[in-house]
Design a protein around this ligand. Sequence first.
Ligand code: FES
Ligand SMILES: [Fe+2]
Length: 365
Amino acid sequence: MSWLSSELQAIAALPPDRPMTMPGAFYTSKDRFRHEADTVLRRGWHCLGRIDEIPAPGDFFAVQLLNEPLIVVRQVDGDIVVLANVCRHRGMPLAEGRGNTKRFVCSYHAWAYDLDGGLMRAARMKNAAFDAKSCGLHRHNRVLWNGFIYVNLDSAAAPFDLPALNGLLTNYETESFRLAHVAEEVWNTNWKCLVENFMEGYHLSVVHPQTLHDYTPTGLARKLAVGDGFTSYAANYPKNIPPRGLGAPNLTDDERLRSTLFALFPTQVASQAASLLVSLSIFPLSAGQIRVKWTLSTYGDDLDDDTIVARIALWEKVNQEDREKLERMQIALGSQHAVSGPLAEDDYEGTIRDFQLWLAAQDRI
Ligand code: FES
Ligand SMILES: [Fe+2]
């Protein structure tokens, strides 16, 4: 066992009232990243985006998760499948970016695949061993949940099952939120740093004094449910703020007066508010780099166009504020002096401990 795996087990075994951070090498070591890519990341369920990014038959987008190029495509019957974006002839990627198509035609020798990955045509193939039926594209495990699309690269993956998190989101009607914005960026940070950053309320008032503090001050952050594969906290609003949209009819006053932040381990973090849903999908590229895809969705007609534009601008600003901190921290985490340090109490940083416990359990599988 590597020293970081031993350290993770030791940190996870600490008493709950004495939580500590992992040392910097956990976030900067190339060996650690390779280990995670082969285990926790390879085995996990990863959010690729929202289903209404591809509303019509033939709508698709290409995305790369670890070493696997993928195509997410809407079928003629409305179903969504995730295909390996790797031609069965000699391995060319079949699609890039996003668009709409009737079939995927390889740009190298023009093999043509149906939307479900079946090989339709391969010109001039007289090879006696060639059998078109056995040359379909690999279909990855995928799950649709609350309007999100998830993939698992492991064909023997554990099933996707998050009942306690379902309970936390039911009243928001997360599934019915409509997409208003998608953006992608590359950040120079470790994937776990963004999970931890998004999931702790301790930094809110310090890092986001203009953008978030008035609505979600650090002092009102409260831990919510934790369960297998997820954690959550409430970024509560002060009582006197102007309403931000009513949202779904069954929401309680408490739910209306907070953003419910959840992490679906390993790589999705999201903020669910009455009228606004922001979700970040983290695509780890290396120990020190990620691609972040984020979507912003809204409830019904709660927000008018000007408000939606303002919310997108606000979240762009919030993300830049977090990115600036994380990119500077990534450099300092390479220091020999980035040693284990104490975490704040449960309401502020308990979600980081939840993540550690989950990672430690994954390392024991
Ligand atoms: S690599 Fe795709 S047709 Fe040859
Ligand atoms: Fe932040």
